[in-house]
Ligand binder design. Structure first.
Ligand code: SF4
Length: 290
């Protein structure tokens, strides 16, 4: 049985545990393999409608091609992360009653998973914002918001399903951006001096050569860094919220103090054992040793 995620607690606590915001597939009813649909593409070998089990899903909710996902054309599965929403919905919200044994729960369980995943991702970022800010007001705001979202996630299913996620998202984004400005200002002094104007939020930086650069404090929120060369670069304090890092080269890069980096972003990039990641993130198994 899974332990309950600790979303609540003292909102002013400086260090919050993000372990409960990591996927625990052994305690999940394979919700990501069922609730979401995917289209045949470079990431998925087949089409799969939403709310239907993947053809590779076993009766015990394991994946029959788990060790061969990439060679079998299911790269997208090696990138995805639910931020712990899967086990929370399966074990806490639905008390360990699976959609297979209780098909009447399917619709609500899948809907709850979709909402919970977004909220868990927000909790992931708010926890970091709370840790990284030195401004007591911002720490308080991030903590209060984290607490409110934690209560929504842990609350009644009926309330969760009608939650105004967009409104909540807007509030989260505001706090994350304020903390970002603070952290970037702190780190930009260690950067390349004035970073060029092309390094801005939402920038199209596909395939760009940013190798061995001091990108400290860069504002790369939502930037398209697909296949960008970031090998050996220092991204301390660089805001990577929502940045697209698919196939970005991170070999030997230092992302240990990058801001708002997530496991799916890391999983989608290419790095090596010399890549430095924040302590809460894991080296993807598909990264080759240098
Ligand atoms: S291939 Fe495996 S991991 Fe991917 S959706 Fe299907 S069952 Fe899940």
């Amino acid at each position: 049985m899974n332990t309950a995620p600790n979303h609540s607690g003292d909102p002013s606590s400086p260090a919050q545990d993000r372990r409960s915001l990591r996927a625990d597939c052994g305690n999940c009813f394979a919700l990501c393999c069922t609730a979401f649909g995917f289209a045949r593409s470079a990431d998925f070998a087949v089409d799969k409608p939403a709310a239907t089990p993947c053809q590779n899903l076993a009766a015990d909710f394991s994946c029959t091609i788990h060790d061969r996902l990439r060679p079998r054309g299911f790269r997208g599965c090696t990138v995805f992360d639910c931020f712990g929403a899967g086990q929370h919905v399966s074990q806490q919200l639905f008390a360990g009653r699976s959609w297979r044994e209780h098909p009447e729960t399917r619709e609500e369980m899948f809907a709850a998973f979709a909402v919970s995943r977004q909220l868990h991702e927000a909790l992931w970022h708010l926890t970091e914002a709370e840790r990284r800010s030195l401004d007591p007001d911002l720490v308080e705001q991030a903590g209060q918001l984290r607490l409110a979202i934690g209560q929504a996630v842990d609350g009644e299913l009926s309330s969760l399903l009608v939650l105004d996620v967009a409104a909540l998202h807007a509030r989260v984004r505001e706090v994350l951006m304020e903390v970002s400005a603070e952290v970037r200002a702190y780190h930009s002094a260690s950067g390349d001096g004035r970073l060029e104007s092309s390094l801005r939020p939402g920038a199209q930086l596909m395939g760009v050569n940013l190798r061995a650069r001091l990108l400290c404090g860069a504002e790369l929120r939502g930037a398209y860094l697909i296949a960008a060369d970031l090998r050996g670069s220092d991204l301390a304090g660089a805001d990577l919220l929502g940045a697209d890092l698919r196939d970005a080269r991170l070999d030997g890069a230092d992302l240990s103090r990058a801001l708002y980096l997530t496991q799916p972003q890391v999983n989608a990039a290419i790095g090596d054992r010399e890549t430095l990641l924040p302590p809460d993130l894991a080296v993807p198994p598909h990264w080759e040793p240098r």
